[in-house]
Structures are given as C-alpha cells and as structure tokens.
Design a protein around this ligand. Structure first.
Ligand code: PEP
Ligand code: MN
Length: 370
C-alpha cells in the first residue's frame, strides 16, 4: 500500500493547540471511580476520554475488566460527560457491545495487533461502521505487523484511523516498561505521512514520574496526539497503578507542554537553516567517501586473507575495534553507544563483503577443477 487516504486527527478529535489528547483510566473499576475521574477530565483540554472495559492481561489472575457492566456505567455518564469515549476491543463481540452502548472511538491493543487473524476478525466486524479506530503497535518491534493491522482496518473502509505508539516488549529490563524504540514509529510516519500518530507515554514508561518527559519528546518529534492514563486515585488503581496520573497532574502536564510550530515563514530563520543543512549535506558526503574508502581496504584484506587461506572473521581484531572505537568516540564528544552500533553494522558489512570474496574464489577454484 503506498498512500493511505485517512482523515487528519482534527477531523474526529478536538485538539488542544493542534494536539489530540486522550486521557482516562486504564480500566473501569466501579461506577464511583468512573464518575469521579470522568467529571474531572470533562473540564480539561482533552479531546476524548479513554477507558478499558476488557483488559488483556499478560498473566491470568489479574483484574480482567468489568466488561458489559462497565459499558452500562459509561452509558449512564454520557448525559453529563460531553467528550467522546474510547475503549479497547479485542473481538467482534466487543465491537458489537461497544457500538450497542454508544462508545465513540475504538482502539486495538498491543496484544491484539500482533495477531492478523484477530485483527481481520475485528476488521470484518467493522465493515460499514463509521467509527474512529486507533491501532496500537504490536508488543514486538515489528513494523510490518503494525502496518498490516492498519491495512486490515483501512481495508474495512475505516478512514478515521490513528496509530498509537505504546512501546515494545523486550526481554532485557530497562528504565522503561516498554522501551519506545523511536525509529519504528518515525519510520511509520515516513512511510505514511498522513497517518495520525499518537504517543502513549503511560505504557511506554510504566512510571508516572516519567510520563511528562516522554510526552514532550513525542511532541518534539511531531506526533499528532497523546494518550495518557489518568485516574482520580492512581495508587489505588486495579491495573497499571504505577503509571497513571491524577487529573490535576494531567492538567499541569498539558499546561507545561511545549508545543512547537512545525515550520515558520521567518525568512532569516529559514535561510540560516538552509546554510546549516548545506553543511550537513557536504559532511555527509565526506562521511560516505571515507566509508567507501574503508570498504575498499576491507576488500583488499578479503583478497589477501583468501590468498593465504585465512578465515574471514578474526575475533581478536573485532574485539580490538569494538573496544577502541567507542573510546575514540568519547574523546571526540560522541555518544559511545551510537558508535558501538555504527561499528557493529560496519563490521557486519565487512564480513559480508569478505565472505562474498571467499565464496567467489571457492566457486572459481571448483569450476577450474571440473
Ligand atoms: C491499555 O491501554 O490499557 C492497554 C492494555 O494497553 P496496551 O495494549 O498498550 O498494553
Ligand atoms: Mn493500561
């Protein structure tokens, strides 16, 4: 699929200074919790209220949501809450019930968007329905799977679509519950510039103290919206207690957001930017020139190793490169991890090149023999 003709976020969600903000509790717990939280959110700059009624939990035994009962509480609150309500659906039956109780926006969770069968069932249930659908990234860092889920919903005729970036699960523990791996949503944005992109700093961080900084980072990267878990008593929440914030904290978070312009008409600024970009262009050319020269030396070494029947991969040399380059980088005020990553890629490419040389030589020798 090349282009998606989806509607901009502002066509179906009220925005605050151009940013669509969706906030609300992780789960609907009791009628009181819902009413108190919803009323507090009703007077804030949020475009929609989120709430989970079916909770996909990683392990059994945790609170799995109040289901249809919670939908009746939501319906009752609709007379006093004048914001659209969003909920998560994971099956055609959920879709049917959500529509029956007047839910305004649906989202597909990260544990559902991993499964094409599941997403297709949802798409089939949504055919002919005019409702916005937001698609969370799958739990694993697989952009094709995320795109596939979006395509299936698009294929059902839905044009009010947004992608929600909620981070990815990794075996290694980090400061975040679901590390953001920003390059994936940014690649999605590059491929589908029209597709609204919403950040979910609550599920990314897993910790309320970090929510504001990730939300700001998302805006600095031109995201179109934010989804933030908000509960009137976060520490007593039945699910995701560590990451929810209070409506008052949300109010402050929104007030403190730095919302930057995407472009400007200021000619002086634009000219200066142009000059600096020209410098980047010529530096990048230089960088590529050096890399090309390095690759030519790698090829020479490959031939030399081959002539002397020496194996391509030399552990000691690799260790030496991997230890020295990050140290050199630090001396030049460069990020050590960045340079480790760069040299891993360069080394992989060098091995590939030398293996090709060895393979070609083997084939030629074999051809000579027969
Ligand atoms: C949620 O939004 O509460 C939720 C379950 O999120 P995710 O699908 O991102 O884990
Ligand atoms: Mn949650």
């Amino acid at each position: 699929m090349s282009e998606l003709s989806v509607l901009p976020l502002s066509a179906w969600l009220n925005t605050y200074k151009g940013i669509g903000i969706i906030a609300g509790p992780c789960s609907a717990e009791t009628p009181e919790q819902l009413a108190t939280t919803f009323k507090a959110l009703n007077v804030l700059d949020v475009g929609a209220i989120r709430v989970g009624v079916w909770k996909p939990r990683t392990r059994p035994g945790s609170f799995e949501g109040k289901g249809e009962e919670a939908l009746t509480w939501i319906k009752d609150l609709k007379s006093i809450i004048h914001k659209p309500i969003a909920t998560e659906v994971a099956s055609p039956q959920h879709v049917e019930l959500a529509l029956k109780y007047g839910i305004d926006i649906l989202w597909i969770g990260a544990r559902t968007s991993v499964n094409p069968f599941n997403v297709q069932d949802l798409a089939d249930a949504l055919k002919g329905v005019d409702i916005p659908v937001m698609i969370k990234n799958p739990v694993n860092p697989d952009i094709a799977l995320w795109i596939g889920a979006i395509e299936r919903i698009y294929g059902a005729g839905i044009r009010k679509i947004a992608a929600i970036h909620r981070g990815f699960s990794f075996f290694q523990k980090s400061e975040y519950r679901n590390p953001p791996t920003w390059q994936i949503p940014l690649e999605l944005k590059r491929l589908y510039p029209n597709l609204p992109l919403i950040n979910d700093p609550s599920h990314i961080t897993g910790k309320r103290a970090l929510v504001a900084s990730v939300a700001q980072k998302a805006l600095d990267l031109n995201y179109d919206g934010l989804m933030i878990e908000t509960h009137y008593q976060p520490e007593n929440a039945w699910s995701d207690a560590d990451q929810q914030i209070t409506p008052q904290q949300l109010k402050e978070l929104i007030e403190n957001l730095q919302i930057r312009q995407k472009t400007t008409n200021n000619t002086f600024f634009n000219n200066q930017l142009e000059i600096l970009r020209k410098q980047i262009d010529s530096l990048d050319e230089e960088l590529l020139g050096v890399l090309a020269s390095r690759m030519r030396v790698v090829e020479q070494i490959g031939l030399y190793k081959n002539d002397n029947n020496i194996s391509v991969f030399q552990l000691e040399r690799w260790n030496e490169i991997f230890q020295t380059r990050p140290l050199w980088a630090e001396k030049m005020q460069l990020n050590k991890e960045l340079i480790e990553g760069v040299f891993q890629l360069i080394h992989l490419e060098s091995i590939k090149k030398q293996t090709e040389i060895a393979k070609k030589n083997n084939t030629e020798n074999y051809a000579e023999k027969i």
